[in-house]
Design a protein around this ligand. Structure first.
Ligand code: K7E
Ligand code: CUA
Length: 621
């Protein structure tokens, strides 16, 4: 071992020892010196080696974590748990100029926030294919991130009638569809008003199917299914034997209003909605349903056989399909058990019309006919992930632990405490047809004493857990940007991100690759400035326009060298664009303030980066 590496490892060991000693304790101890940490226990030393990625080496997996109402997706390396990238999606992000240039600004529309919950990597035959990452947010939108360049390329929505899109974006095994579902029912179409007393009858939920183009990833809303005013919460696509079906949990099937923690907990069971999405796709393509709010809405009373309701423990949260597609795992979030539903039994019950009633025309299956087992995982089961060897891992919010149990024998074999109160968990490729095992990340909701105190807003803590052996082992604690909900872990060899945008692929109408073509012209009463950015000059260096003119500045970064970014920060006009090598971006604004306004390169690009500057000169009219 090289000396530098040994020193770095020793430092890391110290950190891990400190964390391991703190595990399971609510009262944090005072920070300790390196000398105090020197007595490394062998367990901590082993853990440290497992997460240590020496300088120059790379991680084995990418972790894509939802960033909640930050509106971002955060990328981490595993096992180091280093935060390596932030992908802005639903929120402007000055660091990359996202939300400032014309294209990304148009994509965001009038909304500058979004609550990201469930990333969904594109799949081929039920396995991640590394092409796109879809993410939902609460205002009825889904975004598509291209994993070729880790950039948000498309945002659809807000979709009509969908209100509070939480149970999303879950793609089907060949990325045919992604979905949205209502969490907060409203009278539809949007804009309709009905008193809260009419909640049970006049408020509606919907489940929306959005078709994905297999070549481009482009999303097209295809249909909505009219649902009772339940709160749809989570979902998962069937796979293998259950391919063609979608499962969504729903709470408040009481259709209650008021103090929901009481009123929506009256019944012993809520539901999992079981959707035959292929049948829905067919019915929609045959023109079934009525237009509501501009989209095709199919009412199960008039278009039967699309959706069924399966009773589930009260106030359910997650629903997860096993790798072979046979078992659908769901539970009430205050229960001590999780239920494994048998897909074959669900099909038999549907065929035999083994129903106990209906809800607004949607048949309700009999719990006893479709359940296979109740697994005594512990209190507060939320989400389940899978390993390669038939094991399932369920997060327990109330117990603040993870339970490991076996599919088929339904036996709980191990439990590990987490710090504290876990929400989602993510195993390596743990929601695909072929889970990878190795690592599991606990995405904890509450943090206390896991990091240095930074005031009332405590740093969130996620924990990396080794699942290679019979017993789960805590490896490390890491700060994760708030607020994490679901995350997915993909092997690095499935992604081949580019390093520059190749010149040949730049077909932007306003791109200029030679300083002789740069300059200002006028078209249709507008000023167009074509600007070349290259180390370490803007051409032209002065952009002259007249007060009141609409100005488009087209910025082309003609570099073809990796990480040679140039930025365009324009003072007093709130403009901040970053252009990657080979890229062209435009920014359009009204030159409504006369004067001389400096612009400069915001990204350090060379020894003479400071000299990369110029002026916008706005002459008085
Ligand atoms: Cu945080 Cu999936 Cu929105 Cu569970 S959700 S914890
Ligand atoms: Cu270009 Cu700094």
């Amino acid at each position: 071992m090289k000396r530098s590496r040994a020193i770095a490892l020793a430092g890391y060991l110290g950190t891990v020892v400190a964390l391991a000693l703190l595990a399971g304790r609510c009262t944090p101890s005072a920070p300790r010196s390196a000398q105090q940490r020197a007595g490394a226990t062998s367990d901590a030393a082993v853990a440290a080696q497992k997460v240590y990625v020496p300088p120059g080496d790379l991680d084995q997996y990418y972790l894509f974590a939802s960033g909640g109402h930050s509106g971002n997706v955060y990328v981490y390396g595993i096992p180091s748990m280093r935060h390596i990238s932030t992908i802005p999606v639903f929120t402007p992000y000055p660091a990359t100029g996202y939300g400032f240039d014309d294209e990304s600004k148009a994509m965001l529309g009038n909304l500058t926030w979004g609550d990201v919950h469930h990333p969904s990597l594109s799949e081929t035959n039920g396995d991640y294919d590394g092409r796109w990452l879809f993410v939902n947010e609460i205002n009825g939108r889904i975004a598509r991130i291209d994993l070729r360049d880790f950039k948000t390329r498309e945002i659809i929505g807000p979709l009509p009638n969908v209100s509070g899109n939480h149970a999303s974006s879950f793609v089907t095994p060949n990325t045919e569809y992604t979905f949205m579902a209502t969490r907060f029912s409203i009278p539809i179409p949007k804009g309709t008003v009905a008193p809260i007393e009419k909640y049970a009858t006049d408020y509606k939920g919907v489940i929306a199917g959005i078709k994905i183009d297999p070549k481009t990833g482009h999303m097209t809303p295809a249909y909505e299914i009219l649902m009772p005013p339940f709160d749809f919460d989570l979902g998962d696509a069937g796979k293998k034997v259950s391919d063609g079906w979608m499962f969504f949990t729903a709470y408040n099937t009481e259709r209650a209003t008021g103090k929901l923690e009481v009123t929506a907990s009256q019944k012993d069971r809520d539901y999992v909605a079981v959707v035959d999405w292929r049948a829905a796709d067919k019915a929609a393509s045959e023109g079934k349903g009525d237009l509501i709010g501009g989209i095709r809405v199919m009412d199960p009373k008039k278009v039967p056989d699309l959706v069924y309701l399966m009773p589930c423990g009260k106030s359910p949260h997650g629903v997860d399909v096993s790798p072979d597609g046979k078992w659908i795992i769901a539970s009430g979030k205050l229960q001590g058990v999780t239920t494994a539903f048998n897909f074959e039994k669900i099909q038999t019950a549907i065929r035999n019309k083994d129903f106990v009633g209906d809800e607004d025309g949607i048949p309700v299956l009999k719990y006893e006919s479709v359940k296979e087992a109740e697994v005594a995982v512990g209190l507060g089961p939320l989400h389940t992930q899978f390993g390669p060897d038939g094991f399932a891992y369920t997060s327990l919010f109330v117990d603040s632990a993870i339970a490991k149990w076996k599919l088929g024998t339904w036996e709980v074999v191990d439990k590990i405490p987490v710090s504290y109160s876990i929400g989602h968990l993510s195993a390596a490729e743990g929601d695909t047809v072929s889970p990878d095992g190795n690592y599991l990340v606990a995405l904890n909701k509450l943090s206390h004493g896991r990091h240095l105190n930074v005031g009332p807003s405590q740093p969130e803590s996620s924990q990396l857990i080794d699942i290679t052996e019979e017993k789960m082992k805590l490896l490390s604690d890491s700060f994760t940007e708030p607020e994490p909900h679901y995350a997915q872990i993909i092997k690095t060899d499935k992604l081949k991100p580019i390093e520059v945008y190749p010149k040949e692929e730049n077909h932007h109408a306003l791109a200029v690759w030679d300083v002789k073509d740069a300059g200002i012209s006028r078209q249709g009463g507008k000023a167009i400035a074509k600007v070349v950015m290259v180390r370490s000059t803007f051409t032209p260096q002065a952009i002259e326009v007249t007060e009141g003119e609409t100005v488009t500045i087209a910025l082309t970064n003609i570099e073809q060298t990796t990480d040679e970014l140039h930025g365009f920060g324009l003072l007093d006009y709130n403009i901040n664009v970053v252009v990657d090598p080979g890229e062209t971006k435009t920014v359009t604004f009204k030159a409504d303030k006369p004067g001389v306004f400096p612009f400069y390169c915001t990204n350090f690009c060379s020894a003479l980066h400071q000299e990369m500057q110029g002026y916008l000169i706005v002459k008085k009219k």
